[in-house]
Ligand binder design. Structure first.
Ligand code: ATP
Ligand code: MG
Length: 406
């Protein structure tokens, strides 16, 4: 992609209306634009990152048998009345349609998926089933000052599983846990993320959150360093030792909840009368699990963790492009060399090429650090047909030939 054509604008100063580091850097670097508190547009650079995060999640969901689908955003009121959450969930964005019919924008989808499953699951032969979607959710969050960490409109991956019995649910729950660990490792967050015990409300003893350690996080967790698991702040009141090794020396840490796994058991199947005919001919309630993960929150989390005073430092797996090619010369011959390198390299790799003639070499270098691609390649009057190669997270530079990049 030639930067002269890219739909973007970088800012030299932090935007005044942002408090969070992730939002300041992502706005400054031209990845997102703020529309209102908790509502952002994703520009082409930001959309590429988001899609890469989503694709990592998608691959790991497919690997555990998840089937991707897409449920509606607009939910008729009666679906939410049936489960009692029309009145009990304060974050619903409620609205009226034609003939004063009431709706909510979907903050989560148990209310839609359970009645749908009722049309598909009748007998034990129809179980188990696993379906997921990656979709924009809406929540009227009271406080929305953390950039992408807490949106009023945000992207969620939500997986739902349906089982004959609790054992089937328990087994799949652990498979999802393993998949989440793979996702976090691929996002470069594996070493700083911990499975965290959270109170599961009235219908199950525990749920688990995947918490990424980060001072900007809103959550407080209590970490057992021996087991690398944690207990959430709400739960610590009932459980103040490590649930695995009984160690009472837990360390208080701030963290960001990037995902969670939840045994719904029969809560929603009871509310929606989702039953199946067992082998003995009796009707039994279906056991359900739900599993959330936040691609847009992950994007904010990555920026909170991987940045320095100059800008973002994207992990290679989610960077919008792998190489940032800069032409720092005003010389026409050098420009032709840079154009040729761009043509060759972009046949095999994702390259962002700063071909703009209207900004100075100093500005191009500063902008490259701000945007934060993994590898910078400079062509200048001093490189003589070669490239100056530099990793974003290192200071040393090397002269290389194009062939040496592969
Ligand atoms: P939180 O406690 O942070 O509000 P939650 O417990 O409400 O999260 P879920 O409803 O289970 O979370 O949502 C699943 C995932 O969706 C979360 O783990 C998180 O990654 C993401 N998520 C939830 N709310 C938001 C939000 N307002 N903005 C961005 N991502 C969110
Ligand atoms: Mg919430």
């Amino acid at each position: 992609m030639k930067q002269s054509r890219l739909f973007y604008k970088t800012l030299k100063q932090d935007p005044k209306d942002e408090e969070a580091v992730n939002a300041k850097l992502l706005v400054r670097a031209g990845f997102i634009d703020k529309v209102a508190a908790g509502i952002y547009s994703y520009l082409p650079l930001g959309q590429r990152v988001l899609v890469k995060i989503e694709n990592i999640i998608r691959e790991e969901m497919d690997a555990i048998g998840g089937q991707e689908m897409l449920l509606p955003v607009l939910h008729p009121k009666e679906f939410w009345v049936q489960t009692g959450r029309w009145d009990s969930m304060p974050v619903l964005f409620k609205l009226k349609g034609a003939n004063n019919k009431e709706f909510t924008l979907g903050p989560t989808h148990e209310e839609i998926i359970t009645p749908l499953a009722k049309k598909i699951i009748f007998s034990y032969k129809d179980l188990p089933k696993y379906v997921y979607q990656i979709q924009t959710k809406f929540r009227n969050e009271a406080r929305s000052k953390s950039g992408l960490l807490r949106g009023r409109e945000f992207v969620m991956k939500d997986l739902y599983s349906f089982h004959k019995d609790e054992q089937g649910l328990d087994k799949y729950y652990e498979r999802v846990a393993r998949a989440y660990e793979k996702i976090l490792a691929r996002l470069s967050l594996g070493d700083i993320s911990v499975r965290t015990f959270a109170s599961g409300g009235s219908f199950s003893q525990y749920s688990h959150e995947y918490q990424t350690l980060c001072d900007a996080g809103e959550d407080e967790i209590y970490l057992c360093k021996q087991c690398n698991i944690a207990v959430n702040q709400e739960l610590i009141k009932e459980q103040n030792v490590c649930p695995q090794c009984n160690n009472n020396q837990l360390e208080k840490k701030r963290a960001i909840e990037v995902g969670n796994i939840f045994k719904l058991k029969t809560k929603f199947s009871n509310a929606c009368q989702l039953t199946y005919k067992a082998g003995d001919g009796h009707g039994k309630p279906v056991f359900m699990g739900c599993y959330g993960f936040g691609p847009s929150r992950v994007m904010g989390t990555l920026v909170e963790i991987f940045h320095d005073e100059k800008g973002i430092i994207w992990p290679a797996a989610v960077a919008p492009y792998k190489y940032h090619l800069l032409n720092l010369s005003k010389n026409d011959k050098v420009k032709l060399t840079a154009d040729e390198i761009y043509r060759e390299l972009s046949k095999k790799e994702e390259v962002l090429y700063n071909d703009r003639q209207d900004i100075s070499p100093g500005e191009k270098l500063a902008e490259a650090d701000l945007i934060g691609l993994p590898y910078r390649l400079v062509v200048s009057d001093k490189t003589h047909g070669q490239l100056e190669f530099k990793k974003r997270n290192e200071n040393k530079t090397q002269l290389r030939n194009l062939k040496e990049l592969f």
